[in-house]
Design a protein around this ligand. Sequence first.
Ligand code: ADP
Ligand code: MG
Length: 240
Amino acid sequence: MIEFRGVNKWFGPLHVLREVTLDVQPKEVVVVCGPSGSGKSTLIRCVNGLETIKSGDLVVDGQRLGDPATDMPRLRTEIGFVFQQFNLYPHKTALQNVTLAPIHVRRTPRAEAEQAGRELLAKVGLADKVDAYPSQLSGGQQQRVAIARSLCMRPKIMLFDEPTSALDPEMISEVLDVMVAVAEEGMTMMVVTHEMGFARKVAQRVVFMDQGSIVEIGPPEEFFSDPKTDRSRAFLSKIL
Ligand code: ADP
Ligand code: MG
């Protein structure tokens, strides 16, 4: 579903992705971890074209990014992205946030989009908040609206960039529970997170990045109990 082949990216003189090669299979959940500045956000931002690559190949759902034949706006509608900051529209209700893209981008009839939106908000535990504005919601609730908003576009891939890092500790699990449910329904996911409980529960593989390179990659039980490199051991000793 997502294929990185020898991908390189620079920001000016800074080599932020170094020869990254990684396949994400359909329905696979890959957790990406590593120190701050190691290139995790850049890696997943490349997948939906928020960043462009300098060399190598990146193929998403069979379409090569950077290829003139690839319809990027269309491909983007198939990829949900959930950020650390929830990025909801402040002057729109939860339901309006969730239905905006289906109505205006997918041209879904409003009644149909609203029904789907209500169902998704119910699914993330917010049936009673459909008419609430973001300022009336907790951080955990806002992030669940953001997830529902992405799901409402019926994406094939969901990308998460540290979705619980901005949350108060007591709200982390309500968001992780929703992400686990999405994973268990068979979504293809790349998740930048240091929530190792989440990784153990649903990830098929954990990718450890450092200084723009994938240093280690393996099943969570292996990566956490028997990290293979000094760098991954040092990293794990800090977060576990
Ligand atoms: P991570 O998500 O692992 O913390 P990032 O992918 O955000 O790392 O950043 C990787 C490196 O690229 C860092 O050194 C960061 O400072 C740099 N960087 C990220 N975005 C930009 C940008 N738009 N312009 C210049 N440098 C950037
Ligand atoms: Mg980041």
